[in-house]
Design a protein around this ligand. Structure first.
Ligand SMILES: [Fe+2]
Ligand SMILES: [Fe+2]
Length: 450
């Protein structure tokens, strides 16, 4: 039956949308009312828990990369990059669920209790104690909390949260197994030290309210002498014995790969300076948006993979890694200058060279070297985007007295003067011509020789 047009007036679509918005706002505030359910978590309670999990993982991820400079062993440096990346993945997994739940969400990383925890975890007698605090105490508490959380979810209504938690539990399980590689023999040799660390961090975690309370109690006294503790971000960044540390800039130092295609693999291997430098930056720079940390932790882990990729391919070619030059790394502050240099002289210029190299590796019968170079290009294209995205805000936060354009010009001028035999080129000749600038600073490579 047709509705009578005189008795029922249809609202135009934009009016309907306005009404819906009002209804939605009403419903969202109703869902946030102060009721409790003994049986299953309400959406509001889920939001609080998931937000806490997310905030904790962000503090831990920043802490892990802040400790990369403290670590001498290449393998563990790279592993920490990966573990920090996995913590960011956990945040992203819970974000998906939080977006589906009602009400306005807190900004990621605004949790002062977990910031305090991070500061305490950062100080440790040694690497093993540091890892025990983060993984054997905090991540294990997190694992146990998530197992409890699963039981608190309505199995039908809240199945999406169950799905997310199960995914996160599988990541945490791998993390907790991974850390044993690095701490199990220490724990056997030094059981008192390991349990002192565990008990202390457990007490700190509980005093800060853990996952169940925002109330902070009196923190336990530290059982350590403060002057014996390491803090994150040691300078210079540590590197295990047996590598060739040089004074001159590593990309102009003499090396067995110089002028050949394998120099591209050396450039991958020599990238540890990026995780060390980004580790300082991500740990030091407070108050940036979550996405800043997310992007640079991804970049940091990518560079760790590039190092491992370069190592594998160089070893296949029989090139000894310990003869290849590396530089000592310190904080490069302001970080605006560091990132501008990385983007506008290093990464941004590397694409033509890497594309030609991938092609040459395939033609000469080195498909795995070619393939890693293709993945390298894929990663690097994101790195330049991350840096372009964040440089203006970083520049503003660091209150640099030079404009961003002046900084970019100056880092290009500096890199021209570093490149041997090309110092006669002036930045004015290539100003505004990025391709010409990159050609001017590029490495000479014989694309027919490996
Ligand atoms: Fe790289
Ligand atoms: Fe990169």
């Amino acid at each position: 039956m047709k509705a009578s047009s005189s008795s029922y007036q249809l609202l135009p679509p934009d009016e309907i949308h306005k009404e819906w918005k009002l209804i939605r706002e009403n419903y969202e505030s109703a869902l946030m009312r102060e009721y409790t359910s003994d049986e299953y978590l309400r959406p509001k309670q889920n939001i609080n828990f998931l937000s806490d999990y997310r905030d904790l993982q962000l503090e831990l991820a920043r802490l892990l990369v802040g400790w990369i400079p403290n670590i001498p062993w290449l393998k563990l440096k790279m592993d920490l990059g990966r573990q920090a990346y996995l913590m960011i993945q956990i945040i992203e997994i819970f974000e998906l669920r939080l977006r589906e739940l009602p009400g306005s969400k807190k900004q990621i990383g605004a949790n002062e209790r977990f910031k305090s925890l991070q500061k305490i975890l950062a100080k440790a007698l040694n690497i093993e104690d540091f890892l025990i605090g983060v993984f054997k105490v905090v991540q294990i508490n997190f694992f146990q909390r998530l197992e409890d959380h699963l039981k608190e979810c309505d199995p039908i209504a809240d199945l999406p949260t169950i799905d997310r938690i199960e995914t996160v539990l599988s990541i945490l399980k791998k993390q907790i197994e991974w850390v044993d590689i690095w701490v199990s023999s220490y724990t056997v040799q030094n059981p008192e030290g390991a349990s002192l660390r565990k008990d202390y961090i457990q007490n700190v975690f509980e005093s800060l309210g853990g996952f169940h309370s925002n109330q902070v109690k009196q923190l336990p006294l530290s059982p350590y002498q403060d002057n014996k503790l390491q803090d994150a971000g040691i300078e210079p960044a540590q590197l295990e014995q047996g590598f060739s540390i040089v004074e001159e800039f590593k990309f102009i130092a003499p090396r067995i790969t110089h002028g050949k295609l394998s120099d591209l693999l050396y450039q991958n291997f020599a990238e540890m300076f990026v995780p060390d430098s980004l580790g300082y930056m991500v740990f030091d720079m407070d108050g940036m948006p979550y996405e800043f940390y997310r992007d640079f932790i991804k970049q940091l882990w990518d560079e760790c993979r590039h190092i491992a990729m370069g190592m594998r391919e160089l070893e296949k070619l029989g090139i000894p890694l310990n003869t290849l030059p590396l530089n000592e790394v310190k904080r490069e502050k302001p970080y605006t200058w560091y990132l501008a240099r990385l983007c506008y002289t290093g990464e941004g210029c590397s694409f033509p060279r890497k594309l030609s190299a991938a092609d040459a590796f395939f033609r000469l019968g080195f498909p795995s070297a070619a393939t890693i170079t293709e993945y390298d290009i894929a990663d690097e294209s994101h790195h330049v985007k991350y840096i372009e995205r964040w440089l203006p805000l970083l520049h503003q936060k660091e209150e640099c007295k030079e404009s961003l354009a002046e900084i970019i010009e100056e880092v290009q001028r500096q890199s021209l003067s570093w490149v041997k035999n090309k110092s006669k080129l002036d930045v004015k000749n290539v100003k505004g011509k990025f391709g010409a600038f990159c050609k001017a600073i590029d490495f000479d490579i014989d694309f027919t020789a490996v």
